[in-house]
Ligand binder design. Structure first.
Ligand SMILES: [Fe+2]
Ligand SMILES: [Fe+2]
Length: 320
């Protein structure tokens, strides 16, 4: 009992596990996904419950009291940073940074959508999860759009990159699982570091726009609930050797990725993000997010909650 009080609730995301546990976790994650997201609406690339959440945000629209000082600065720099970042106001620069991060995801999921089996073609649990997973990511792009609208940026478009980049993203989902599972897991982990650090930045950058800042945070948390689950789900594809090996790939992946977002260095401490990613274990995630998300059983210290079924209940959906 005393040990249970001292023991943190969660173990590192790099915790070992065996094949059987991973199979059980795929089943548990699939059950969680269906419960938390609802039916898939494939022709809209969305999920019923996620669509309702977005509708609720739109019905209770929030807009910043003041528009950005120069919205043209945003539109001129959101695809490629053209102006001197020192001369762009901080809110605008952070929003272009968020857009560039989100656009990478949008490009990746758009390419993957045509490369993986549709729901009707999906035979295995992993294939069904992948289809749902892409729909969740498309819902995130819509939530990002709401962030921009909160600051009166109504004309943000998701623009495809050049053919070479598109080709790279199209090839990725066709790679064998043992090749792509490491980078896919690390991308999810890197994404979570971005979101956690962004969450803290909101108070500083949007200090004079309390209502709009709170709306950004709500939208961000909606994304984070899914992304927390994605980290565990992508970790679940990996055996013990691969998960150990992946640690050494995190630094080059994160530094390489953020080279494509030049404004990021004005806001984010990459060294801290790397350290936080390598130490990631869910223990510092707000309870309000964790209780709506999913964590693999082997990343939980089951006895901490005081009973043996804690691990099982956490991996299963909570009723809303
Ligand atoms: Fe995402
Ligand atoms: Fe994700």
């Amino acid at each position: 009992m005393v040990l249970g009080l001292l023991m943190p609730k969660f173990r590192t995301i790099f915790s070992p596990c065996n094949r059987e546990e991973r199979d059980q976790n795929f089943e548990s994650y699939w059950a969680f996904m269906q419960e938390s997201s609802g039916e898939i609406i494939e022709n809209e690339k969305t999920l019923v419950k996620k669509k309702n959440t977005l509708n609720n945000f739109q019905l209770q629209q929030i807009r910043s009291q003041s528009p950005l000082s120069d919205p043209e600065h945003f539109y001129r720099n959101y695809l490629r940073l053209i102006d001197d970042p020192q001369k762009i106001d901080k809110k605008t620069l952070l929003l272009t940074c968020i857009y560039k991060f989100a656009r990478h995801e949008w490009v990746g999921i758009s390419a993957a959508w045509d490369s993986i089996p549709s729901m009707a073609q999906a035979k295995t649990v992993k294939e069904k999860i992948s289809r749902y997973h892409l729909c969740e990511e498309f819902c995130h792009a819509r939530l990002f759009n709401e962030m921009f609208r909160t600051f009166h940026l109504e004309d943000v478009q998701w623009i495809s990159p050049g053919k070479g980049t598109q080709w790279g993203y199209k090839i990725f989902p066709r790679l064998p699982e043992w090749v792509m599972s490491g980078p896919a897991f690390l991308s999810e982990l890197m994404g979570m570091m971005f979101y956690l650090h962004l969450d803290r930045l909101l108070d500083e950058v949007f200090a004079d726009e309390i209502e709009a800042r709170d709306r950004l945070r709500q939208l961000l948390h909606e994304i984070m609930v899914d992304e927390l689950a994605h980290i565990g789900q992508r970790r679940n594809y990996m055996g013990n050797f691969s998960i150990k090996l992946s640690k050494s790939m995190f630094r080059p992946l994160l530094l390489g990725f953020f080279r494509s977002i030049p404004e990021a260095k004005y806001f984010f401490n990459f060294e801290q993000m790397i350290q936080d990613g390598l130490a990631f274990d869910y223990n510092h995630i707000p309870e309000s997010l964790i209780e709506r998300s999913w964590v693999p059983t082997y990343c939980q210290n089951a006895h901490v909650a005081g009973n043996n079924t804690y691990a099982e209940t956490l991996s299963m959906p909570k009723s809303n």
